[in-house]
Design a protein around this ligand. Sequence first.
Ligand code: AHR
Length: 323
Amino acid sequence: MARKPWTAIVAGVAGLLLLTACGGGGGTSGGGALTLGFAQVGAESGWRTANTKSIQESAKAAGIELKFSDAQQKQENQIAAIRSYIQQKVKVIAFSPVVESGWDTVLKEAKTANIPVILTDRAVDSADKTLYKTFLGSDFVAEGKKAGEWLAKEFGSATGDVSIVELQGTTGSAPANDRKKGFADVIASNPKFKVVASQTGEFTRAKGKEVMEAFLKSQPKIDVLYAHNDDMALGAIEAIEAAGKVPGKDIKIVSVDGVRDALQALADGKINHVVECNPLLGPQLMDLVKKVAAGEQVPPRIETTETEFDQAAAKAALPQRQY
Ligand code: AHR
């Protein structure tokens, strides 16, 4: 007897579900590829663009199936992406947390589902360190200290107060918290260093420009700009020039990252010092993904090696700079 059409549809759907369960179970799909769900912060900066490219290219080279999402700098979007990866039963989840706090619930959900989590670039402040396998990224406090040490040296012989304005990164993010702290710890040793204004520029060029415009209007004297990333420094340069001042001379600038545009500005004398933060985390991340997927032990924290650039170093690095 011929099947009724609806019976055939139900049988077809059931078969499809079974196939999906077989193919997707244990975090594999498409014939057994290792699946990684990656929840990215956004596309706020040149650094981030380079980081995303490194992750996508390295996953491809390593034969890892990458499910990628862009949270547009919103924690709720990242939490939704992680929940979706848990539902899809990916083998490993990695993410760069927008902010440090508020992750315990979703991390517990991943742990309950037996999906290992790797933190990349930014850390979380969870007291329970078993909620993630490892952290791969930079020492942001050390980066802030390097910026402060450059300033202390540059203005070592200055008499009178040195007025500093600070463009902070995304409020509540690890790099904003830590770069602020590292810098403050160093300059605290000399009372002539005064941070006269400090506000978030959200790690973007547009906001860096907007906030610097406000600083220039409200502050009678600005000697130094400390920007938590290059994009904000580059936006601020536009504001400084529009105000009729010379960046790098009237207002000295120190920033963090080391993207090509900032190294060019340093070579051109518009920025005075750049502390490097390495975005090329993809290859190391893929190694870690393979290890945790195989149940291997990994170190709890892996820090990237980074340098600093003065004008000569920027000129030397520019021809080979990948990002
Ligand atoms: O978390 C790293 C920081 O995030 C980079 O310094 C900045 O450019 C990015 O947006």
